[in-house]
Design a protein around this ligand. Structure first.
Ligand code: NAD
Ligand code: DAU
Length: 352
């Protein structure tokens, strides 16, 4: 099993990347260097609680080739937080690449930042990993496989052909292809994981579950797209973090691993579970304009990850995970309240 001393986590002040940073610090000895541009989706507060001697925070852009190069060459800590500790001196021995523009609705309204960060940014990191022979793990999504019909008996596997639908998923698919090519042509020691929909703490309130929870908490009605029957395959973000660590340390170079926890549910079911748990009438929501090109259903077969790497999810009770997530948003109003108005104004302008 590979051991890592200093891992760069790109996008580590966003939802899933910050959960991964917390997980690594809690469960391993590795030092974490977060590289994040702190776009509207990033929040330095997501890393609070991580001891200063385990974390270096670098405020910067993954498209900045000079910055990325200097981080891998060990001279780029000039952009780091003052509180960063000495363990960051260890050479970077892996990059776990979460940074992305991640929201489908935003990609439909304005795709340009998606092409820049998701494609150009991944290219920039791959070039640096090639130059310095650094292990590279790429975080991707099940959306690269397009969607399934509700009655399709199959699920996505590592062999499913790519068929992305949205500007977001097509840029993620493009980044996956870059990783595959850099691995085969230049020998970059890379792996890819494609995960299904995450839920849990620190998720931006533009996303489905936290949007509905925070709507209810501030007296707004939840909003459901289309006919509400679109299916997502939910996984708790901590199970995602554990799976990524397994792939990083035990995965075979050049391989792709799908991550999912058999959590298929339609949006109406999820929304009504939230309403019920928050003491509301199950019909107390608004139907709103559907997302253009809206993928119908995602479903992951994580058999390869389970068989080869021995991973299995811990958070198998969705009701319990949802309850804890609702509690987190109730108890952390200051984390989201300041951006609620602007997030909802954006949706209102789109008829959503
Ligand atoms: P997020 O939007 O919450 O966080 C993205 C982070 O990337 C933010 O902190 C942002 O500041 C940072 N970032 C954006 N552009 C950057 C740039 N140019 N340079 C440096 N940092 C930049 O996203 P998330 O939901 O945490 O998703 C993280 C990754 O996981 C993405 O690659 C996404 O495609 C993938 N993924 C997400 C899910 C999900 O359900 N959310 C599922 C599967 C895969
Ligand atoms: O499948 C993995 C993907 O999951 C990740 O790659 C993406 O980064 C992540 O954002 C997520 O994409 P989705 O588009 O599935 O997630 P979102 O939370 O935006 O929406 C989930 C479902 O809920 C989707 O069918 C659209 C619907 N929806 C969403 C919002 C915000 C609503 O019905 N109402 C809403 O207000």
């Amino acid at each position: 099993m590979a051991e890592y001393r200093n891992i760069i986590v790109t996008g580590g002040a966003g939802f899933i990347g910050s959960n991964f940073a917390h997980w690594v610090v809690k469960n391993t000895d590795a030092h974490v260097t977060v590289l994040d541009a702190l776009t509207y989706a990033g929040n330095r507060a997501n890393l609070e609680g991580i001891p200063a001697d385990r974390l270096t925070f670098v405020h910067g852009d993954i498209c900045d080739a000079d910055l990325v190069e200097s981080l891998l060459a060990g001279s780029g800590m000039g952009a780091a937080d003052a509180g960063a500790a000495g363990a960051a001196d260890a050479p970077v021995d892996a990059i776990v690449h979460y940074a992305a523009e991640s929201h489908n609705d935003n990609s439909i309204a304005d795709p340009a930042p998606f092409v820049r960060t998701n494609v150009q940014g991944t290219f920039t990191l791959l070039e640096a990993a090639r130059e310095h022979d650094v292990r590279f793990h790429h975080i991707s999504t099940d959306e690269v496989y397009g969607d399934l019909a509700l009655d399709d008996p199959t699920r996505f596997t590592e062999e499913t052909p790519y068929r992305p639908s949205s500007p977001y998923s097509s840029t993620k698919a493009s980044s996956d292809l870059l990783v595959r090519a850099w691995c085969r042509t230049y020998g970059v020691r890379a792996t890819i994981s494609n995960c299904s929909n995450n839920y849990g703490p620190y998720q931006h309130i533009e996303k489905f579950i936290p949007r509905q929870i925070t709507n209810i908490l501030c007296g707004r009605r939840p909003k459901l797209y289309g006919d509400g029957l679109n299916v997502r395959d939910w996984i708790h973000t901590e199970d995602h973090s554990r799976a990524v660590w397994e792939v990083l340390t035990k995965g075979r170079i050049g391989e792709t691993y799908l991550i999912g926890a058999d959590g298929e549910r339609n949006n109406l079911e999820v929304l009504q579970a939230i309403l019920e748990r928050m003491g509301k009438d199950p019909e107390d929501f608004d139907w709103v304009r559907d997302r253009p090109g809206h993928d119908r259903r995602y479903a992951i077969d994580a058999g390869k990850l389970r068989r080869e790497l021995g991973w299995s999810p811990i958070h198998t009770d969705f009701a319990e995970g949802l309850e804890a997530t609702i509690r987190w948003y109730e108890e952390n109003r200051s984390w989201w309240q300041a951006v609620k108005q602007v997030t909802e104004a954006k949706y209102a302008a789109q008829g959503q």
